[in-house]
Design a protein around this ligand. Structure first.
Ligand code: CUA
Length: 307
């Protein structure tokens, strides 16, 4: 887990932002020091014999104009290009924001079918990734500071970001547009993998869920279906095809629950199922605290087994 910030870029788009940030910081600092020195000098000399007209036009108009024009010319090539279609060879990942989680879709290179996951985006290092961004409800904003700048996610519109990870790692992202009660708990994680590891991961994601390997896991699956979790969630291969909540077919392989809210551990899954409305109030899933602990643990164990 890389806990870096904006100034530890791991992608080309973020690297451009980092460069511009440092140039602005250094340039702004140099100008501030220069102005302070001029101020000290003018106070000492009591401004006798100073050509005020020259300083006002030169320092107040010509100098800022020259600096701003130079900055504009220099930053223009650093600005992301608007591309209505993905460049050739880019991996296309569609991300749809929901209140308050992220639906992530890949295309299966073998069959062309959609591979759906949630709250975690894995990408191959060194390969351009075209993120097609939209929203199912209100305006959200996609922001993974170490990979790229922010991009709004608008209902009924497709925006995009083109990112290329330059090194393997895990980078935390966050919804960056206030979108309601749980905006703060709308995180996502992007994982950069070596291309062969990425291909292997995607091939697993394309598979349906493994059947329960033990009777205990089968009990968990049965409880999941008996509680009608399948009304909202899909688990391919387990008879669950709901479309309202995150796809759980491979939930066990994801590091977090609830868009970065809890670690995906046995304890985390049990707490999430029982006390969701206490942990993430307003989320579109009820707490199942009326269920007994063995049932909750069985459901959590089965979900954890969905690798
Ligand atoms: Cu989604 Cu803020």
């Amino acid at each position: 887990m890389t806990a870096g910030g904006v100034l530890q870029s791991a992608g080309d788009a973020a690297h451009a932002i980092e460069t511009v940030t440092w140039v602005l910081f250094a340039g702004g600092g140099a100008i501030f020091v220069g102005v302070m020195l001029l101020l000290a000098w003018s106070l000492r000399r009591r401004a006798r014999g100073v050509n005020t007209r020259w300083w006002i036009w030169g320092g107040g108009v010509a100098f800022p104009a020259a600096v701003l024009v130079a900055l504009f010319a220099w930053t223009l090539p650093h600005t992301p290009v608007w591309r209505p279609t993905p460049p050739a060879g880019a991996l296309i990942v569609t991300v749809k924001a929901h209140m308050w989680w992220w639906e992530v879709r890949y295309r299966d290179p073998a069959t062309g079918a959609d591979i759906v996951t949630a709250n975690e985006i894995r990408i191959p290092v060194g390969k351009p990734v075209y993120l097609a961004l939209t929203s199912a409800d209100v305006i959200h904003s996609f922001w993974v500071p170490q990979l790229a700048g922010k991009m709004d996610m608008l209902p009924g519109r497709m925006q995009h970001l083109l990112v290329t990870a330059t090194a393997p790692g895990t980078w935390r992202g966050q919804c960056a547009e206030f979108c309601g009660e749980q905006h703060a708990q709308m995180a996502l994680h992007v994982v950069g993998l070596a291309p062969p590891d990425f291909d292997a991961w995607l091939a697993v994601q394309a598979q349906p869920a493994q059947p329960p390997a033990t009777p205990a896991l089968a009990l968990g699956r049965d409880a999941f279906l008996a509680q009608r979790c399948d009304a909202c969630h899909t688990v391919r291969g387990a008879g669950a095809a709901g479309q309202l909540g995150p796809d759980l077919t491979h939930i066990g392989s994801r590091p977090y629950l609830g868009a970065g809210t809890l670690a995906n551990t046995p304890d985390g899954r049990a707490r999430w199922l029982a006390h969701l409305q206490h942990i993430k109030p307003g989320a579109r899933m009820p707490s199942y605290d009326r269920l007994d602990t063995p049932t909750l643990n069985a459901m959590g164990a089965w979900l954890g087994s969905l690798q």
